[in-house]
Design a protein around this ligand. Structure first.
Ligand SMILES: Cc1cc2nc3c(=O)[nH]c(=O)nc-3n(C[C@H](O)[C@H](O)[C@H](O)COP(=O)(O)O)c2cc1C
Length: 307
């Protein structure tokens, strides 16, 4: 008799049909992937970071492939929260059974609050993911994610404005991820997600110029996976709220590894750049992996690393 594994996971009161979520900034507003991925097979998707007003982003070059990874300094280009609600959300809502998470970015605390207020008016958003960890803008973003006091302030104030569960996306560019995870929890986060990209840099030795116009950029992809797993493990041990893990996931085994480290669900980012169908393929593989390993309920793997 072949076992049909139960892939459902729950975090912050949201049930996902499986733990695989498309990560912010690597999956557009979801609608762009409709022709290549069966969106309703995904656990969920996080849309590109949204701000109060549209942002043009940084000048090119903004992407550069590295050994087992990718540098990006997009600079949070997006159409703005209002246009997202008016132009994209209605289409996403037509897709049955799709869990949509809106990623929020701001330069100031008020920006975050206003963006949440705009998004509160849209129907069909399951949760907000607060990006306090973007390394690619001059101000804001990473500042909130690297200083415990600022993190506490921005999370507690957005929590007051938010009509939806709040996931706080932490920066890996900190000394103690356990401390930042704990601060987010105490400030009212319903869940945390990590990691965002690592601040990095590459130089073209022939031209002597940085590979990315912004000079520094965020590193993502398989190159960061072991560091991300360690950080998810440390963060999960320091909080009682659910943890969503990411950083270099491209296979079912990667998903399981993050769950064993303490993640209730995971996100897949850069893998969609080399294979736009990666998210859906990983969902299929995870089901197969659980069948082959006689795992009845995938949720039981969360934090089940044996030390
Ligand atoms: C091109 C690009 C754009 C991104 N934009 C965002 C964003 O708007 N908001 C955000 O929270 N994270 C953003 N990220 C970070 C990813 O969501 C993810 O945290 C990170 O890339 C690590 O996962 P990965 O190694 O699977 O890509 C972006 C990443 C990439 C590569």
């Amino acid at each position: 008799m072949s076992l049909i594994p139960d892939l459902r996971v729950v975090f912050a009161g949201i049930e996902l049909k499986n733990p695989v979520i498309a990560a912010s900034g690597t999956f557009g507003y979801g609608v762009e992937f409709e022709d290549v991925v069966h969106l309703d097979r995904l656990g969920g998707l996080v849309v590109k970071g949204l701000s109060r007003e549209p942002i043009i982003g940084n000048p090119p070059p903004r992407l550069y492939e590295t050994a087992a990874g990718m540098l990006n300094a997009i600079g949070l280009q997006n159409i703005g929260a209002r246009a997202f609600v008016e132009e994209k959300l209605s289409r996403l809502r037509q897709i049955k059974d799709l869990v949509v998470i809106a990623n929020i970015f701001g330069y100031t605390r008020e920006d975050y609050e206003h963006t949440a207020e705009i998004l509160n008016q849209g129907e069909g958003i399951a949760a907000y993911e607060l990006n306090v960890s973007c390394p690619n803008t001059q101000q804001g973003g990473i500042h909130f994610g690297s200083d415990p006091h600022s993190l506490d302030e921005v999370v507690s104030s957005v929590k007051r404005f938010s009509m939806r569960p709040l996931i706080v996306k932490l920066s890996p560019n900190v000394t103690s991820i356990a401390q930042m995870a704990h601060v987010a929890q105490e400030a009212g986060a319903d869940a945390i997600s990590l990691v965002n990209t690592f601040v990095a840099m590459a130089i073209d030795v022939n031209t002597r110029k940085p590979r990315i116009a912004n000079v520094s950029a965020g590193l993502s992809g398989p190159a960061i996976k072991p560091i991300a797993v360690r950080m998810v493990y440390e963060a999960a041990r320091s909080v009682s709220i659910p943890v969503i893990g990411m950083g270099g996931i491209s296979t079912a085994a990667d998903v399981i590894e993050f769950m064993l480290a303490g993640a209730s669900a995971v996100q897949v980012g850069t893998a969609s750049y080399w294979d736009p169908r990666a998210t859906e393929k990983i969902v299929t593989e995870v089901g197969k992996w659980c069948r082959e390993h006689q795992i009845g309920r995938i949720a039981e793997l969360t934090g089940a690393v044996e030390l």
